[in-house]
Write a protein that binds this ligand. Structure first.
Ligand code: AMP
Ligand code: GLY
Length: 426
């Protein structure tokens, strides 16, 4: 089977790495890919949101299966275009990707189908939004309705901060059209967990749990990022909690989307807050988490390609996944300055000797320079992933590899996995 993966991050590298190991895959392409992906797939220079370019490539090269990594092309309707051509793909249609594409849609949908999430209101004008914030007080959460590259959420601890966030989105158009409408919701207290399920329109199959670290600095300090590291399995998820999430959140979502005429296929990523009243939905993503995907792929024993095709074909009800009875942990190495501005083109040395038996290094923002040297060109650049008998062992393996990498232009958190390790040591 000729397979095309769309995207260029560490998530897509881990997907390519796993798909390349499938006996079913005869040829693997990635658009646009990166310097690390080039070891597992043939990189094609077409941007992930260039839907016309991607469709043309699929036709010219008789691609048989397309795996879409990021949300952008999903919301733009890439899967719809491929469906129309009769080309199988993994990912939701635009009508289903709206679960991530519009927070307002998602909140109304949750209200209609009784899915637990924070109380909310939708606003299209700044003044009523501000009046509501003044009435509610802080803490309060302001969210741009549309896709804002992960930056559209302000968790305001003061009323003034919330008012400023409303101005930034609605008056200064900080997020462009994505912020002309806002969702304002109540603050939820608890520990966060990412929950993933493969969906085929009817059936949802839960994946192993993973825990992300969004803040940029150790001890969960500093601004939010796309994710500075992840570990799996997440000890915060117990069997009964997973059942609860499936019964109260995931299954009603799949059934509700079907009832709405928007059957959901692909991976459903529920960002959860584990509150005193049980799991509550923070948000939906219509793609794998990055870097959560990296730890999931290293722990998956089953053939990922067959699983993704089963989701596309609607036969997940007769499907099962097997996982290694181990833990994995991925440390994100990012360019100095991320998530703010950072220098591009700094050189990374020592990668060849850094990996070992218990590690795999996925690339995100990397490219090759004129002399084939490895250069950092993105914010998040490398995902140094270790595995071991438990999260502690995986953490040691990952950091041993990190310490062998010579990259003065980059940094990482030194405490990825701290919650999981603390639980293991209890
Ligand atoms: P989102 O982009 O919706 O995942 O939001 C980014 C982050 O903001 C989440 O990972 C949470 O840490 C935080 N967040 C979002 N909504 C809430 C809420 N209602 N209560 C508390 N924290 C929230
Ligand atoms: N790691 C968080 C995300 O992928 O959105």
């Amino acid at each position: 089977m000729k397979v095309l993966v769309i995207g260029s991050g560490g998530r897509e590298h881990s997907l390519c790495w796993a798909i390349a190991a499938s006996p079913l895959c005869t040829q693997l392409y990635c658009a646009p890919g990166n310097a690390g992906i080039a070891a597992d797939a043939e990189c094609v220079d077409i941007g992930a949101e260039n839907v016309d370019g991607l469709v043309a490539f699929v036709q010219e090269n008789e691609i048989e299966f397309v795996v879409v990594g990021p949300e952008g092309p999903l919301v733009l309707g890439l899967v719809d275009r491929l469906d129309a051509l009769g080309v199988k793909s993994f990912g939701p249609t635009a009508a289903a990707a709206i679960l991530e594409g519009s927070k307002g849609f998602m909140k109304d949908f949750c209200a209609k189908y009784d899915i637990p999430t924070a109380a909310y209101r939708r606003f299209t004008e700044p003044e009523p939004a501000k009046a509501w914030v003044r009435e509610q007080g802080a803490p309060i959460v302001i969210k741009a309705d549309g896709l804002a590259a992960g930056k559209g959420v302000t968790v305001a601890t003061e009323v003034d901060e919330a008012l400023a966030a409303i101005d930034a989105a609605m008056i200064d158009a900080q997020f462009g059209a994505a912020g002309t409408e806002l969702v304002i919701e109540s603050f939820m207290q608890g520990e966060e967990a990412s929950f993933f399920a493969l969906c085929d329109g009817e059936t949802a199959l839960p994946l192993l749990s993973a825990q992300d670290h969004k803040a940029v600095f150790d001890g969960d300090q500093g601004p939010n990022t796309g994710g500075m590291g992840a570990s799996a399995p997440a000890p915060v998820r117990t069997e009964s909690m997973a059942e609860d999430v499936m019964t109260r959140i995931i299954n009603p979502t799949v059934a509700g989307m079907k009832a709405e005429g928007r059957p959901y296929k692909g991976v459903l990523y529920a960002g959860l807050m584990i509150t005193e009243d049980g799991p509550q939905l923070i948000e939906y993503n219509v793609r794998f988490g990055d870097p959560e995907c990296q730890v999931l792929m290293t722990l998956l024993l089953s053939d990922i390609l067959i699983a993704l095709i089963a989701a596309a074909d609607g036969v997940l009800n007769s499907f099962d996944l097997r996982w290694r009875d181990e833990a994995a942990l991925s440390v994100v190495m990012a360019s100095n300055g991320y998530p703010g501005s950072y220098e591009k083109g700094t050189e990374i040395r020592g990668l060849e000797g850094a990996g070992g038996e218990n590690t795999v290094i996925f690339h995100a923002g990397t490219t090759r320079g004129g002399d084939n040297q490895l250069l950092a060109i993105g914010g998040r650049v490398l995902n140094v992933t270790g595995f071991g008998a438990n999260v502690k062992a995986a953490q040691e393996a990952a950091y041993a590899a990190v310490d062998k990498i010579n990259w003065p232009g980059g940094f990482c958190r030194r405490d990825i996995g701290w919650r999981a390790v603390a639980r293991e040591e209890r």
